[in-house]
Each structure stands twice: as C-alpha cells, then as structure tokens.
Ligand binder design. Structure first.
Ligand SMILES: [Ca+2]
Ligand SMILES: [Ca+2]
Ligand SMILES: [Ca+2]
Ligand SMILES: [Ca+2]
Length: 688
C-alpha cells in the first residue's frame, strides 16, 4: 500500500473535484473526492448539507468532513468515493476519524477500479495513529445511530478496524477487508498495535452476508492478519456470515489473525456464527488464527455451517494446531442443520471442539450445549488430531454430543466431566476414508450416557471407560448399519477403572479382541452387562483380563464357592446341566438345568441369570451371546434350578446358548461356555 500512495495522491489531485451532493428524501449522499486528511480536512460548516472541507477555496470533500457533516445533518446519510487509494499516513491521517453518531452508510463499491467482491479500492490505514495517545482508536466507530460499511479496507488502528459501541442496534459490514492490504498481505505496522478486525458491543449487527434465506447478498468480509483477533463479540444477537477469517480471499494462503478468529465474551448472548440454508455458503471459513478458531461464551449462541482449516473448493488444507471451537457458558448450539466441517491436526492435547475452557485465570465450564451434525476429519484430507470433541472442566454438565461424524483422532469423543450425553455419533465409519479413531469414545468421568453411537475401525477399543456410574446403551460397536462389519482393532468396550457402569442393549460384533473387557483390578465393581448382542469377536464375550505381566485375555474359570476376588469380584458364571427340548415345540422350547456356584459370603443375592442364544456357526464352548432369550432369579445358594427357554422362530436344537450371572450388587460374570439347546451331557448332568 505504501508505495502506491503517491500515485493515489496525484490521482486525487487530478480529479475534477466537484463536490457531489445528492439527496434522496431526507438522506444525503456525500462523495469523498480527496484522500487527504490534514489540518484543512474538517468540514467547513457542519450541518449545512455539504461536506466541503476547510481548505482555502475548497472544492474537496474528505472522509473526515463527510463523517462530520453526516453526523451534523439530521437523518440517514451515505458516503461514497470518487477517488481510490489510501487514507493513511501518506495522506496525512495521523489521528482517528470522528466517531459516527447518526445513521450512516459508507459505500466504497463504486470507487474507481472497484469490482464486486474484489479487493477494496479505498483503504483506511491507522499506522500513524499513536496507540499511546489513542489506545482505543478504531478505523470506524459508531457510538450512536447506526453504521453500514461496504467494500472498504481497514488496517492498523490500535483497537479495531470497525467498532460497534454499546447500545448500537443493527449495522452491517460486508465485502470489507480488515487486516489485509489489497494485495492480500498483512500490513507491516508496529507490533504494539493490538488491532481486532471488528468489535461488536452492540446487538443485531450482520458481519458478512445478509438477507433472507436463498437471497443472500454480498460475499462476506476478509478478516485476516489482525494482531489481536478477527472478531470480538461482547453484545447480543449479532450475525457473522460468510466471512473468510485467517486466509486470503481465495483461501489459498494463510493470513492468520493473532489470538482467535472469533472471540465471544461472557456477555455475548444469542449470536449466530454461520448458518442459513444448507449449501448457501453462509458459513465462515476460519483457519490459521494463532490461538484458535472460535471461542463461544455467554449463552444461547449458535455456530453452524462454518469450515475450519480450509475454504471449500480450494483443495488447500491448513494444519492449525489449535482448537477449532472452544466453548464456555450455557445453552449454545454448535452445529445444526449443516454442521461445521473441521479439518483436523490439532497439536498436543488440542481438540477440534472443546466444551469447558481452561484459560489463564480459571477454568470456565460449558453447560447445556448441543454439539450436533459436525464433521471432523471427514474431508478428502485427514491430518489427525488428539480429540474430536472433548468435554472437560468440572461443572461442564448437561451437554449433548449428538449426530456428529468423527474420523482419525486419538479419541473421537472424550468426556472428562460429569453428566453429559453422547448419542448417535458415527465414529470411524466414513467408508471413503476408512480411517478410524484410536478409540471411538473415552469416558473418564461419571454419570454420562453413551447411547446409540456407531463405532468402527478404531485402532484399539471402540469405547474405553475409566469413570464410574456411566450408562453404555444401544451402541453399535464394530458394526454399522448400511456399511456392515467395521470391527475395532481390539475389544469392543474396555473398562480400565471405575465402578457401577451399566452396559446394556449394545451390538458388539466383529472386533479384534473381547466384546467387553474388564481389567482385573479389585476396585472395579458393579460392571453390569445386560441384554447385549455380542458375537463374532476374536475374543470372548465378556472377559475379565487377569494380570500376568500384562492384562491377558481368555476365560477366567470358576472357583469353588466363588471366593476369589478381583474385578466384579470375579463373579462365577452359571454352570449348565442338561438342556432338553420340549417335544413338538415350535418355536423351540428347551428346559435348561443350571446352578451358580457362589456362597452368600462371597456374592450378593439374589443373582440374576440371563440366557442368550448363540449362532450355530460358533463352535462348542464359545463364550458369547447373540440375543437375550430369558432371565431367571437365582436365590438359593447351591441349588440346581430349571427353567424353560422359549427361542425365537427359526432356531433349532442344534443352536447354542450361554448365560451371564449378575449378583445383586451388579457384578456380572464372564459368559458361560456355550451349550447346544438340545443336548444331554454327563451322567450327573454337570460338566464341571
Ligand atoms: Ca458542511
Ligand atoms: Ca446524518
Ligand atoms: Ca478372563
Ligand atoms: Ca470366581
């Protein structure tokens, strides 16, 4: 910009400088025909309906004079430009322009050389505004009235490019470049500047595209290269749409802002970042900002349809190394009809979406946030990151992680705070990528519900639990509807620590280890396994991993009276006697004899025994179960019991069955060795 200024200045002098004033109703249009800003640049007579500056024999209108006149003249006004170039140090701008105090539109879209959506032809450059005397100076600040700005470039003011002050209602900024010069470079100004692109203290402003759905106007702003961040939001109900934040216009070159791309303070309520109808490209494109993409705080804010790490259609992906969306506060929606798309590679412990912030000065939880419909690691490039979606910080509760797609992370979803829900997510199942997470879901906290997720292609287990009082319900682990087998590399679920977890109604198939593994640690109790479909895994259905140098898979055999201790008190599994089909029964009924060898001193009565049938293809002795077919209450220690199992249609006496025993404290055994549904065994009726 600097080198061009002399040219612009000469051009300005050469203009046949008519002072153009037109009025439409009560609205006046003032046309700036001089880039100068010097001792003669003030309006010669504010309120007289012209923006003639105070130079001798003036026929020039400066931006300063135009703003002064528009402020002084009652009613809405408009400022346009018949000159192109920079209003900055080389044209004499040494201090900030006047605050805007009335309704004003500033339109630079018909300045000489301007093209719709192209680089601005008029720039404000605050490089010579002294930050020590004007630390809060903005390129444009509206303090009363309103402001709409189009097609203007602004760089290097100490506080912000554009600021909407407290109490301002409405306003628009579109097609402006804030922070980059017209060549797409970051203006090289003193590092003492702490410029933010846009600061929103008011409400109902639209930054970027606006208009009714399907009739969007404008192309969004380029907000890149600002030292202190792209956009700060302190007010309510503002909308930020279709901006490019941290890149050049085309999205090909990194031009990150310092700090965050968008930062909401805890006063920010009901703002919307991105969104609109699917496909209308009204999301923001955010990458390369030094601390992260977006911070959401306050309450009831929405963030949807944005892209992080790339601008769609470019084929260029940036590895930001930071968290894309950090969330504190209450009741936000992250994602929605379209969802945010996030290219990964977050360095260290960074997450793509993090609920619960840990800034300097104290942790701030996120509560009652819905994170939905987001796609993480599902672009054509997947760079890998540690956490897809993470909930952290004590007090982050009531959050719902629902219907997201996550690939290629260490932990697809990680829950490190109590009382949250993870439901209907697809983890590692994008077939075109085939790259799973190392673990689909990891839970290290309490009272969470993990339900109806599909988890496949994990390098290790589908779900890893190290917390207590969690519910693992109705998940598909190693199997995806519409895709088929997507086995995880090791087991389906592993419990490494914690108590009182209910694992119910899951389908756990095709995995490379046990269906459910429980490390043999005595502090693990109350792991209840009920009504799951567990089959076709390489390991046994439920496996207490005994420690022998490492935690080893394989059957843990019953001991007399069940005196042994360990995980789930090493509950003994049921032992079967004969299974006698009822003659002529169709569907098949079989009378099964069984007992549970557990002294009352060792296990809590009554004991629940759940019977499962197994696939015919499973070999004799297989220890798992395809579906629950009946339950019985076992309340007399040492007694042999019989019950009649009624099988689903199509299952014959050559199919197998197995069972799990669960004591009254919720400790479930391993599966018993499977038996044929119609088989007499051993003279005494018992195998062992
Ligand atoms: Ca005047
Ligand atoms: Ca006015
Ligand atoms: Ca075992
Ligand atoms: Ca035992």
């Amino acid at each position: 910009m600097q080198g061009k200024n002399k040219t612009f200045r000469l051009a300005a002098l050469a203009v046949a400088a008519l002072v153009l004033i037109s009025t439409t109703g009560h609205a006046a249009t003032f046309t700036v025909n001089s880039l100068f800003d010097d001792t003669f640049s003030n309006d010669s007579n504010p309120g007289d309906g012209t923006c003639l500056d105070s130079s001798p024999n003036s026929n020039t209108c400066t931006l300063r004079a135009a703003i002064e006149e528009a402020n002084a003249l009652a009613g809405p006004d408009r400022i346009e430009f018949s000159v192109a170039g920079e209003i900055g140090p080389d044209s004499g701008l040494l201090g900030p322009l006047p605050d805007i105090t009335d309704e004003l539109v500033i339109f630079a879209g018909n300045a000489p050389g301007a093209t719709f959506g192209g680089p601005p032809m008029v720039y404000l450059d605050g490089a010579a505004v002294d930050p020590s005397s004007d630390p809060f100076a903005a390129g444009l600040r509206v303090v009363s009235g309103s402001l709409e700005v189009f097609d203007l470039g602004i760089v290097a003011f100490p506080r912000a490019g554009i600021e909407f002050d407290n109490g301002i209602d409405g306003g628009r900024v579109d097609r402006c470049w804030l922070g980059l010069d017209a060549d797409g470079n970051v203006d090289a100004h003193p590092s003492s500047l702490s410029t933010v692109g846009v600061r929103l203290l008011g409400s109902n402003a639209v930054i970027g595209k606006s208009g009714p759905p399907g009739a969007l106007t404008g192309l969004g702003n380029i907000i890149s290269g600002n030292a202190a961040g792209g956009i700060q939001i302190l007010g309510d109900a503002n909308t930020v749409l279709g901006n490019t934040i941290g890149m050049t216009l085309e999205g090909l070159v990194a031009r990150g802002n310092g700090n965050y791309g968008i930062f909401m303070f805890d006063t920010a309520d009901s703002n919307r970042i991105g969104g609109g109808d699917p496909g209308d490209d009204s999301g923001n494109h955010i990458a390369n900002n030094s601390l992260g993409g977006i911070v959401v705080d306050g309450s009831g804010n929405e963030v949807d349809a944005n892209t992080f790490g790339f601008k769609p259609g470019t084929g260029v992906f940036f590895a930001s190394g930071t968290t894309a969306i950090e969330v504190a506060g209450d009741g936000h929606v992250i994602g929605g009809a379209e969802g945010n798309r996030i290219v990964d590679r977050r360095s260290g412990t960074k997450a793509n979406i993090l609920l619960g912030r840990t800034p300097v000065g104290g942790d701030t939880p996120a509560t009652n946030v819905l994170v939905t419909g987001n796609r993480i690691g599902t672009e054509t490039v997947s760079l890998g990151s540690r956490y897809g979606i993470r909930v952290a910080v004590d007090g982050s509760t009531g959050n719902a992680i629902a219907d997201n797609l996550i690939n290629n992370t260490t932990f697809g979803v990680q829950i490190d705070a109590d009382g949250n829900t993870v439901t209907r997510n697809q983890l590692g199942t994008e077939p075109q990528l085939g790259s799973g997470n190392q673990w689909g879901i990891q839970v290290s906290s309490a009272n969470n519900e993990i339900s109806e997720n599909t988890i496949g292609n994990s390098e290790f287990e589908g779900i890893l639990i190290t917390g207590a009082f969690n519910l693992i319900f109705a998940n598909d682990i190693g199997f995806a509807a519409g895709i088929g087998a997507v086995g995880n590399g090791r087991g389906g679920i592993e419990i490494r620590s914690g108590t009182d977890t209910l694992i119910q109604g899951n389908r756990i198939l095709n995995n490379g280890g046990p269906g459910i593994a429980i490390r043999d640690i005595g502090s693990i109790e109350g792991i209840t396994v009920l009504g799951n479909s567990i089959r076709s895994n390489e390991g046994i259905g439920v496996d207490i991993l005994e420690f022998d140098g490492s935690f080893m898979p394989g059957p843990t055999l019953n001991d007399p009276g069940d005196a042994d201790t360990g995980a789930n008190r090493k509950m003994n599994y049921p032992e079967f006697g004969e299974a006698v089909p009822v003659p002529g029964s169709d569907p098949l009924e079989t009378v099964v004899t069984y007992l549970v060898d557990a002294d009352t001193a060792n296990q809590a009565y009554p004991i629940t025994v759940d019977f499962y049938y197994g696939q015919r293809v499973n070999g004799y002795g297989r220890r798992d179960g395809s579906a629950l077919i009946g339950s019985d209450t076992y309340d007399t220690p040492g007694a042999s019991k019989t019950l009649t199992l009624t099988l689903p249609g199509g299952i014959g006496a050559d199919w197998h069955f197995s069972a799990l025993a669960t004591d009254a404290d919720g400790n479930t055994s391993e599966f018993a060795p499977a038996r044929s549904l119609g088989e007499m065994l051993f003279r005494d009726g018992y195998e062992e």
